[in-house]
Design a protein around this ligand. Structure first.
Ligand code: 4AD
Length: 559
């Protein structure tokens, strides 16, 4: 190898030459520096990789040139340094491996035995930890967090009722089962809970000093570890495939605690308002909200559907049970991928007899405000809502009422166009985007009412003072839009038959619904609320998908 002089023509690189470019090269094992396109960064690394006999060409202004003698000398020193460094690192790695292996061998010798002299442990759930401080307790849960430090192991356990820090010391911390413990493993621990000293923090401001524990189920580590299966910021579709594990996260658990509290609160409000709970069927042979969103199925050879709404069935029990409600799944084959549509959602529906449209509007706003109040009356839930939705303010009565025609004026005055990009005119549907803009701008709940007959369902009653519109209402909430849809129902037989005709519905399968207008009809009305939409609002989630345990939407029916 030699450098070129001014009088010689530059030597062509022989086969196998390693190229070096200090500006763009990369020093790493696996780089193929025999190509000018992927050079090494330093001649020292090239020499270390290729050995003393390697031919090295270095990038200069004019192109690649054979390395100069002085640069080669310098590179040799550098290569020796690299070899030394790599040797030391390898020695350290082997040493560490040996240490860990011997630590594991030592750990295997440790037997965890329960001290028979200790008082019997009382079985508790984590929520009872504060009340049982100072006494010996036993509890089981999942390893939510895991940390070892100076001969101590800190486990934060989760059992659905709370989180508890458990501390293992001495043999318990050094035992094989502890050093090989993984996140999401299940354990049963015994010990005494006591308050944390000043300046330390853990859930509940206390921790359990473990005196004995057993592993119930060891979760996988390595590639299969839960932290590799579920990673924050991963593709939403992958996270949905792993929904069963994602649900174990704190945010998800919190949303579903709020969900349980919300449903509890609905039932409490309904009890206060005197409505009785019923459970209508999910498999039906009638539509409620238009044929385009029906899921059909074969039912012992007959055509049937998954219910879109339990409304028609609720209407049938008014004569026997009076005002009723249900909490039932509804199914909609929604083709659109929006942040507020699911194919299956939990529908809270109610039906009330002998009331006016005005009574219905008052009932809806009262139900909603009281239910939110009851939900937040639980301090644990209020704290979760504040965490998920900082600064959340519960709505107050009465809600703003706005007629459809006035909404059109509002939208036109604010330059918000209809779906064709034109000013709104009577009969236009107010689509999701426009509805959201209006609701978010007004920034308070709106009872939007009196929609045109043509854009509403066959069963809705016309307004006495304007037959073009119906006694119908949508409750709109900022950030989500429509969370409730309701109406007064046609209770005159002929009017209902005309409604079927107008919508091209065969009345035959509806004989039982029609009969309500024959066997003692009455003015009545009701509504349906979307649980996941209310939750998205309460918990400040971008999409209703976060508020359903296993969300179903176009293309997603698993796990
Ligand atoms: O406005 P909708 O379609 O009304 C009915 O089904 C009536 N039959 C209810 C009744 O009067 N008993 O639906 C009512 C509510 C909507 O306001 C919305 O909150 C929710 O149900 N909803 C959906 N939620 C999630 N995904 C979907 N695909 C939804 N479709 C409606």
């Amino acid at each position: 190898m030699s450098g070129t002089t001014a009088s010689e023509a530059p030597a062509a690189p022989p086969a196998g030459t390693l190229f070096v470019d200090e500006a763009t090269g990369v020093d790493a094992a696996g780089v193929d520096a025999t190509s000018q396109a992927t050079p090494f960064k330093t001649a020292a690394f090239a020499l270390y990789s290729g050995g003393e006999a390697a031919s090295i060409f270095v990038k200069k202004d004019e192109g690649y040139e054979a390395i100069s003698a002085s640069a080669l000398k310098k590179a040799k020193k550098g290569a020796e340094g690299i070899a030394k460094k790599i040797k030391t690192a390898e020695e350290q790695r082997v040493k560490k491996e040996k240490e860990e292996a011997s630590k594991l061998e030592e750990a295997k010798k440790i037997q965890i035995v329960e001290d028979a002299a200790l008082p019997a442990a009382k079985k508790i759930k984590i929520r009872d930890a504060a009340a049982t401080r100072g006494t010996r307790v036993r509890l089981s849960g999942w390893v939510h967090r895991l940390r070892t430090q100076k001969g101590l192991a800190f486990l934060v356990l989760r059992d659905g009722t709370g989180y508890l820090q458990c501390v293992l010391a001495g043999d318990l911390a050094n035992a094989y089962s502890t050093v090989s413990l993984t996140l999401e493993s299940t354990v049963t621990v015994s010990g005494v809970v006591s308050a944390l000293p000043e300046g330390k923090s853990a859930p509940g401001n206390h921790e359990l000093a473990v005196d004995y524990y057993e592993v119930v189920g060891l979760a996988p580590g390595g590639d299969e570890a839960v932290s590799n299966k579920v990673q924050e910021g991963a593709d939403p579709n992958l996270l949905l495939d792993m929904r069963h594990l994602v649900l174990r996260g704190e945010t998800m658990s919190n949303i579903f605690k709020v969900r349980a509290a919300l449903l509890r609160a609905f039932r409490k409000t309904y009890a206060e308002l005197g409505l009785l709970e019923v459970t209508p069927p999910c498999m039906v042979q009638t539509q409620v909200e238009g044929g385009s969103t029906l899921f059909s199925l074969k039912y012992y050879g007959e055509d049937a559907f998954l219910t879109q709404s339990s409304q028609l069935y609720l209407e049938t029990v008014l004569p026997s049970l009076g005002d009723v409600f249900c909490v039932q799944e509804s199914f909609r084959a929604e083709k659109s991928h929006t942040r507020r549509h699911l194919s299956e959602y939990t529908h809270v529906e109610a039906e009330l007899a002998f009331l006016t449209f005005e009574d219905l509007l008052t009932h809806i706003e009262t139900l909603f405000v009281r239910t939110v109040e009851h939900t937040l009356a639980d301090p644990e839930i209020a704290a979760i809502v504040e965490q998920l939705h900082p600064g959340f303010v519960a709505p107050k009565l009465p809600f703003r009422r706005m007629a459809y025609v006035d909404a059109l004026d509002w939208l036109n005055a604010h330059g918000i166009p209809n779906e064709e990009g034109e000013p709104f005119k009577f009969g236009d549907d107010i689509a999701e985007a426009a509805e959201r803009k209006m609701t978010d701008t007004i920034n308070e709940p709106i009872l939007l009412n009196r929609f045109p007959l043509e854009i509403k369902s066959f069963y809705m009653k016309r307004c006495a003072d304007d037959p073009r519109v119906t006694e119908s209402v949508d409750l709109l909430i900022p950030n989500v839009g429509e969370i409730c849809g309701g109406s007064m129902r046609i209770y005159d037989l002929d009017e209902l038959l005309a409604g079927y005709k107008r919508e091209g519905i065969d009345p035959a399968p509806y004989y039982w619904f029609t009969d309500q207008r024959r066997y003692g009809t009455c003015p009545h009305g009701g509504y349906g609320l979307g649980t996941e939409r209310i939750l998205a609002w309460l918990c400040d989630r971008f999409t209703v998908r976060d508020c359903s345990l296993y969300p179903r939407f176009t293309g997603r029916c698993k796990p």
